[in-house]
Design a protein around this ligand. Structure first.
Ligand code: IPM
Ligand code: MG
Length: 359
């Protein structure tokens, strides 16, 4: 199969981790006689520096003309520390999500047996963890208007808006997914306080009627943030709105031991985007320190979800586990407790994974 992949490495450690995913994808292409053609585009702080625009038109066009998008990460502390700046790297990603209609963001959370030791939670709490967060990605407070300052800058307004249509769309995606998994959805909202959450709950219940084999339950977001730590194995599919999903998925990643382990898929009508959930980790940029696992796994998700290449995706996932079982670790997933690990860099981790996918 021939596929065109738009590659957006972004900022910080983005280019390094993307490079490892591409190595692995090339190996898969070679092994299975596929052709992957990559075209690179700018987004985020590097795009602002070059063109003043965090999402240049060329980049959107490139994405629109591709079969899938592989994304690194964006951000730069120089923008974080200056709240007055009008142009920011993150706007690039938000605009891309909106322009391509990437309505559902899927974040799988799994704890590997060989990584039990790095979770901050007790072994018996994390033994059976295998859930996905489905986060609505183009609605809610991230995009609602008005968004402004008034009263001479002393009052700030953000607006959370959801339509029934938006909620229905992401819910149908989540129910479809749950029916192929353990048939359990926990919808997370704040319906005891927010009107958008009451519409959310009402709509999710309507969608649920079409999926009688899936068990739906509801949870308030404050309780959910506690349940994720207390009893995370109760979850199969978590369905939630944009802001809650952003926060809960970072929290969920901690259970696995490192945010460097979690990939994601942002699903659109025609094109989908795949990215690690971690940020740009600018301090580590160029130091061969970053964990490439989340990006390599994002590549595997791309093969599975956009190209229907299940065998290929599985092989990547198995290769990663083999490397970890060989006691090779990047720094973020090593503990000081034991010295039996071989701590290796980003590049070496990518090489080992590629080599493990034998011809
Ligand atoms: C994420 C990130 C983004 C978000 C930022 C970079 C805009 O935190 O993908 O989770 O808030 O959605
Ligand atoms: Mg986030």
């Amino acid at each position: 199969m021939k596929k065109y992949i738009a590659v957006l490495p972004g900022d910080g450690v983005g280019p390094e981790v993307i490079k490892q995913a591409i190595k692995v994808l090339d190996k898969i292409a070679q092994k299975f006689y596929h052709t992957f053609e990559y075209e690179y585009g700018l987004i985020g702080a590097c795009a602002i520096e070059k063109s003043g625009n965090p999402l240049p038109k060329d980049t959107i066009d490139l994405c629109r003309n591709s079969d899938a998008i592989l994304f690194g990460c964006i951000g730069d502390p120089k923008y974080d520390n200056d709240p007055k700046l009008k142009i920011r790297p993150e706007q690039g990603l938000l605009k891309l999500r909106k322009s391509l209609g990437l309505y559902a963001n899927l974040r799988p959370v799994k704890v590997y047996n060989c990584l039990f030791d790095i979770s901050p939670l007790k072994k018996n709490t994390i033994e059976n963890i295998d859930f996905v967060v489905v986060r609505e990605l183009i609605g809610g407070i991230y995009f609602g208007k008005p968004r402004l300052r008034k009263n001479y800058g002393k009052t700030a307004i953000d607006t959370s808006i959801y339509t029934k249509e938006q909620i229905t769309k992401v819910s149908e995606f989540a129910f479809g997914l749950a029916s192929k998994r353990n048939k359990k959805i926990t919808s997370i909202d704040k319906a005891n306080v927010l009107e958008t959450s009451r519409l959310w709950r009402e709509t999710v219940c309507e969608v649920a009627e079409k999926y009688p084999d899936v068990i739906l339950s509801h949870m308030f977001v404050d309780n959910a943030s506690m349940q994720l730590i207390k009893n995370p194995s109760q979850f199969d599919v978590i369905l939630t709105e944009n802001l809650f999903g952003d926060i809960l998925s970072d929290e969920a990643s901690v259970i696995t031991g490192s945010i460097g382990l979690i990939p994601s898929a942002s699903i659109g009508e025609k094109i989908s985007l795949y990215e690690p959930i971690h940020g740009a980790f600018n301090k580590a940029a160029g130091k061969n320190l970053a964990n490439p696992i989340a990006t390599i796994l994002s590549g595997a998700l791309m093969l599975r979800m956009s190209f229907n290449m299940n065998k290929e995706a599985k092989l990547i996932e198995q290769a990663l586990i083999k490397v970890l079982e060989g006691e090779y670790r990047t720094k973020d997933i090593s503990t000081n407790k034991t010295s039996s690990y071989k701590i290796i860099g980003t590049e070496e981790f990518g090489d080992l994974t590629t080599e493990t996918i034998s011809d």
